[in-house]
Design a binder for this molecule. Structure first.
Ligand code: ADP
Length: 152
């Protein structure tokens, strides 16, 4: 049987404990989970350096064999095909996430019929964590260590 490969795409600016929880739970469903950080070379709008974030995420999963971290700069549906992923993972925190994710999933299905989107509902202890809030706290020198699964 072919290996079940799942792609978990996002900006991950930064990667949070909420994201890490989604990855860990995905590992019990799939053989391999590829965390794919999407970036756009034209707009240099990231807060955390992307290479640094790759390294930090790798450090958080160094004991987990099935996790890979990659960068991509193209349509997620196309990138999934290239890496042989049959599943696309997204996390849902609330109805706002759902509204947004619903339309993305429809477009991705149209673009890549071989890709099944799988939604995991956030664990309640991480439901309040968002990259946006972490960036705000960090900008004003606040301590964000409780929200991220690695040291900055
Ligand atoms: P994007 O820019 O693609 O929305 P993010 O890095 O913000 O990327 O999020 C990646 C995925 O993780 C999305 O599916 C998002 O809904 C999900 N996610 C973000 N925060 C959490 C959380 N605290 N718990 C569960 N899922 C989350």
């Amino acid at each position: 049987m072919s290996k079940k490969i799942a792609l978990f795409p996002g900006s991950f600016d930064p990667f949070t404990k909420g994201h890490a929880d989604i990855v860990r739970r995905s590992l019990s469903l799939f053989d391999e989970v590829i965390i794919a950080i999407g970036y756009n070379t034209k707009k240099n709008s990231r807060y955390f350096d992307i290479e640094y974030m790759v390294e930090r995420i790798e450090s958080a999963f160094k004991k987990d064999k099935g996790v890979r971290v990659m960068l991509y700069n193209e349509l997620t549906a196309g990138f999934a095909k290239e890496v042989g992923a049959q599943y696309l993972i997204r996390g849902l925190r609330n109805t706002t996430d759902f509204e947004y994710e619903n339309s993305i999933a429809q477009v991705n299905r149209y673009l890549n019929e071989g890709l099944e989107t799988v939604f995991l509902i956030t664990s309640p202890e991480y439901a309040h964590i968002s990259s946006t809030i972490i960036r705000e706290v960090h900008k004003f020198d606040g301590d964000v260590s409780a929200f991220i699964p690695y040291q900055l």
